[in-house]
Design a protein around this ligand. Structure first.
Ligand SMILES: Nc1ncnc2c1ncn2[C@@H]1O[C@H](COP(=O)(O)OP(=O)(O)O)[C@@H](O)[C@H]1O
Ligand SMILES: [Mg+2]
Length: 257
C-alpha cells in the first residue's frame, strides 16, 4: 500500500474544472514532484489533499485514512504538513519561535497556556525549543535562530517555512513551489534539505517549476495540464514525453516559438 493514494479527485470552480479526475500514488520514503504549466491545478490539488479545500469527487487516502472532509488541523494531526506558494511566516518572531509555533500544533501547550506559563508548559516549551533548534540545523538555518523572520533573505525564509512544517512531525510533507524566487545556491541548499528530510523518514510531494531541481530530486513525477494528469513516471521518461513537451511549449508566447 502507498502512503498516499489520490483517487479520481475532481475540483470544479463554476464552469472550470481545475482538477479533473486525477489519480496517483506516492510510496513511502519517495520524493514525488507535481509539475505543470501555470493554472494546471497544482495548488488546487494540494488544497484538496490538506483539508483547505474539498474535492467535488474522489478520495485521498493517507496511511489508510480518508483525508477528504477533514479540517486542516486534523490533517496536520494525522501526519501531513504543507507549505504554501506564498511564504506565510510570523514576521516579528525569531526563526526559532516560528518553528516552535509548528511544535505547538502537535503538543498540548497551545498559545494561551503557553502565555500563562502553566507549570507543565514550561517543560514543553523547553522541549519545543530543543526541537526547533534541531530542525533549524536540519535545514541549515542554525545561525539565524534569533533573527526575526522579517530580516531573513527570501531563500532562507522558504527554508524556515519548511522547518516550521517539519515541527509537526509529519510523515508526509507537501511543498508548494519551494524554489520560487531562489537563486542557484539557495536552490542547491533546498535540494540538500529535501534529501535530509527524506532521509529522516518523511515522504515528500513537491509542486515545483524549477525543472533542474525536479529532475534532480524526484523519484516520480506527475504532470498536470489544465487539470488533467497527462503523464507520470521517473524523470528520465518525463523529460522525453511528447505530451509533456507539448504542454510546456504551449505555455510560451506563440510569437516566441
Ligand atoms: N478559489 C478559486 N476560485 C475560482 N477559480 C480558482 C480558484 N482557485 C484556483 N482557481 C482556478 O483554477 C485553476 C487552477 O489554479 P491553480 O490550482 O492555482 O493552478 P497552479 O497551482 O497549477 O498554477 C486556475 O485556472 C485558477 O484560476
Ligand atoms: Mg500554484
Amino acid at each position: 500500500m502507498s502512503l498516499l493514494e489520490v483517487r479520481e479527485v475532481t475540483r470544479r470552480f463554476g464552469g472550470l474544472t481545475a482538477v479533473d479526475n486525477v489519480s496517483f500514488n506516492v510510496p513511502e520514503g519517495e520524493i514525488c514532484a507535481v509539475i505543470g504549466p501555470n493554472g494546471a491545478g497544482k495548488s488546487t490539488l494540494f488544497n484538496c489533499l490538506t483539508g483547505f479545500d474539498s474535492p467535488d469527487a474522489g478520495t485521498v487516502t493517507f496511511a489508510g485514512r480518508e483525508l477528504v472532509g477533514m479540517r486542516p488541523d486534523r490533517v496536520v494531526r494525522a501526519g501531513v504538513a504543507r507549505t504554501f506558494q506564498n511564504t506565510q511566516l510570523f514576521e516579528e518572531m525569531s526563526a526559532r519561535e516560528n518553528v516552535m509555533v509548528g511544535c505547538h500544533a502537535k503538543t498540548r501547550a497551545g498559545f494561551v497556556s503557553t502565555a500563562l506559563r502553566l507549570p507543565w508548559t514550561v517543560k514543553e516549551e523547553r522541549l519545543a525549543a530543543e526541537d526547533a533548534d534541531r530542525l533549524l540545523r536540519l535545514v541549515g538555518l542554525e545561525e539565524w535562530r534569533d533573527a526575526p523572520a522579517a530580516d531573513m533573505p527570501h531563500g532562507l525564509r522558504r527554508l524556515l517555512e519548511i522547518a516550521r512544517a517539519l515541527a509537526t512531525q509529519p510523515h508526509l510533507m507537501l511543498l508548494d513551489e519551494p524554489a520560487a524566487g531562489l537563486n542557484n545556491s539557495e536552490t542547491e541548499a533546498l535540494a540538500h534539505a529535501l534529501y535530509r528530510i527524506r532521509d529522516h523518514g518523511a515522504t515528500l510531494v513537491v509542486v515545483e517549476h524549477d525543472m533542474g531541481l525536479v529532475m534532480e530530486v524526484s523519484d516520480q513525477i506527475v504532470v498536470l495540464d489544465r487539470g488533467c494528469k497527462i503523464a507520470e513516471g521517473p524523470p528520465r521518461l518525463i523529460q522525453k514525453d511528447p505530451e509533456v513537451i507539448r504542454a510546456y511549449l504551449g505555455e510560451e508566447d506563440p510569437e516566441d516559438v
